[in-house]
Design a binder for this molecule. Structure first.
Ligand SMILES: Nc1ncnc2c1ncn2[C@@H]1O[C@H](COP(=O)(O)OP(=O)(O)OP(=O)(O)O)[C@@H](O)[C@H]1O
Ligand SMILES: [Mg+2]
Length: 297
């Protein structure tokens, strides 16, 4: 199994500001670990840097500084094509992430062959069908021949999940995997992700705006504000006993604040006074300067 160790991850973007260009720090000294069989949720508002972290982990972007190491059980570093095989992503938009011209079978067969998981057409076919069964797309024979437009949003996202797992993923980055799906089917897809994670002992980073599912589906939560981690700890502790004003604000803007701990509306923190130079670490039970490396729980 593989783990991911992220240390002081920082990403600057150059953005045009009139005729000048300036640097914008999208991710600022973020450190965390993903370990087999555990889910870490990354929560924060739009623009807080969540997807940038996902892109850095999947090597769609390069860090400005800091490191991302994927390590095997015995501490060896996973690199090159093994990294691309082991670290897989499920994107937010199941409509844009599948190719309308190709069948479901093609989407899953391609990574199998690319990463040499199967040797011939027959074994590829049977593995494709097995993957479809695993993500509950049945009857698999029939689903395999469909094209993306012949599937519902939830079914498309199941194809995307099967495609991510096909190469033998050990680390799954799920960037708001259900936010574009109808509310009624979100839980089904999240439960599927949870089951696959347990079966394959995946290390999962679950990116979401939604504190309720972050609490339900993850072990640890990182709260991100302007690219900095401002609160971290076990999911229940962060949601039920938020310490940082920003986490309290997030809890207040959630649909059912009563469910999310004892934050009352009348004590809403002042957004302009949010101090993201400090981070509350529930594992330590103390405040630390944000950007300080994670201390093992
Ligand atoms: N390629 C890019 N070039 C310049 N700026 C970028 C680029 N990608 C992201 N940004 C900026 O970096 C910041 C973080 O963006 P990011 O997409 O990581 O946010 P997010 O937390 O995923 O938001 P959302 O919840 O809306 O998906 C934003 O201010 C965004 O405008
Ligand atoms: Mg995003």
């Amino acid at each position: 199994m593989s783990s991911v160790k992220v240390t002081d991850l920082t990403k600057d973007y150059l953005i045009r500001d009139g005729l000048r260009r300036r640097r914008m720090r999208a991710v600022n000294k973020v450190s965390f670990e993903l370990t087999p069989g555990r889910t870490v949720a990354l929560v924060g508002e739009s623009g807080s840097g969540k997807s940038t972290i996902a892109k850095l982990l999947t090597r769609l972007e390069r860090p400005t500084s800091g490191t991302i190491d994927v390590l095997t059980d015995d501490g060896a570093r996973v690199a090159g094509s093994a990294y691309r095989r082991e670290v897989q992503m499920v994107f937010q938009d199941p409509f844009a992430s599948l190719n309308p011209f190709h069948s479901v079978a093609h989407h899953i067969a391609r990574p199998l062959r690319l990463h040499k998981r199967t040797q011939d057409a027959a074994s590829t076919r049977s593995e494709v069908l097995a993957m479809l069964e695993r993500v509950n797309l049945t009857p698999a024979e029939e689903m395999a021949e469909r094209r993306p437009h012949e599937l519902s949003g939830g079914q498309r996202q199941r194809v995307a999940i099967a495609r991510a797992l096909a190469p033998g993923a050990q680390v799954l980055i799920a960037d708001e995997p259900v936010s574009m799906l109808d509310v009624s089917i979100r839980l089904g897809v999240l439960n599927l992700l949870g089951r696959l994670q347990r079966e394959s002992r995946l290390a999962v980073l679950y990116i979401t705006h939604d504190l309720a599912t972050a609490r339900h589906f993850s072990d640890d939560i990182l709260v991100l504000h302007h690219g900095r981690v401002v609160e971290r700890g076990p999911a229940d502790a962060v949601i039920l006993d938020p310490h940082h004003d920003y986490t309290k604000l997030l809890a207040l803007s959630a649909p059912d604040p009563n469910r999310l701990g004892g934050v009352v509306r009348s004590t809403a923190p002042d957004r302009d006074a949010i101090d993201d130079s400090v981070c509350y670490d529930h594992h330590l039970g103390d405040w630390v300067p944000s950007g300080t490396q994670e201390v093992a729980a």
